[in-house]
Design a protein around this ligand. Structure first.
Ligand code: HEC
Length: 156
């Protein structure tokens, strides 16, 4: 019972800490609400793709896994593919269309290698179809998802 007290106090102290906004280590990426909604929708499609690749690999359906991976791989219309400038900040200058112009250059440090890993999965499916290599690429791809999520958050 007594041992529970310090942790209860810690929880109270954390609750009283500065707002999460100031404590958040992720860099804000400024976007209009419409751009944010578009990016979030694409992110949810990314997770669906991860699930589709995993399900196909679990069923040993190499071809289906490769096909699913092309939804994200370069050419699949993913966030960041082929973008190099990303100077726009999505504010001022009237309404903007599309979120890609709001992305900072550092975004692509994570986005590009993630896309490359999905392309590896698709290429492997068309090549030797080695399931372990495809799983390894999926693990690397999702590590890039996580690295980016740790680095950036959306803000108005
Ligand atoms: C280059 C950066 C980047 C990469 C790579 C990335 N994400 Fe995201 N993702 C974000 C950001 C930024 C958000 C919004 C975070 C916030 O709420 O402010 C986000 C949000 C999401 C969300 C929540 C969507 C919603 O409706 O709120 C999901 C799910 C998601 N990402 C899945 C993925 C998956 C799966 C991958 C990899 C296959 C991935 N993301 C790769 C940056 C990235």
């Amino acid at each position: 019972m007594l041992n529970a007290l310090p942790s209860a106090l810690l929880v109270l102290a954390l609750a009283a800490a500065p707002s999460p906004e100031t404590a958040d280590p992720r860099a804000p990426v400024l976007m209009t609400p419409a751009q944010q909604a578009e990016l979030r929708a694409e992110m949810r499609r990314h997770l669906e793709t991860v699930q589709a690749v995993l399900a196909a690999l679990a069923a040993d359906d190499i071809e289906a896994a490769g096909e699913a991976a092309t939804r994200i791989g370069p050419g699949g219309g993913g966030a960041g593919h082929g973008q190099g400038q990303g100077q726009g900040r999505g504010q001022g200058g009237g309404p903007r269309h599309g979120f890609r112009q709001a992305l900072p250059e550092a975004w692509f440090v994570h986005a590009r290698p993630m896309h490359q890993q999905f392309r590896r999965i698709a290429d492997e499916a068309r090549g030797e179809g080695d399931r372990d290599r495809m799983l390894g690429a999926l693990a690397e791809a999702t590590a890039h998802c996580n690295a980016c999520h740790a680095s950036f958050r959306l803000a108005d």
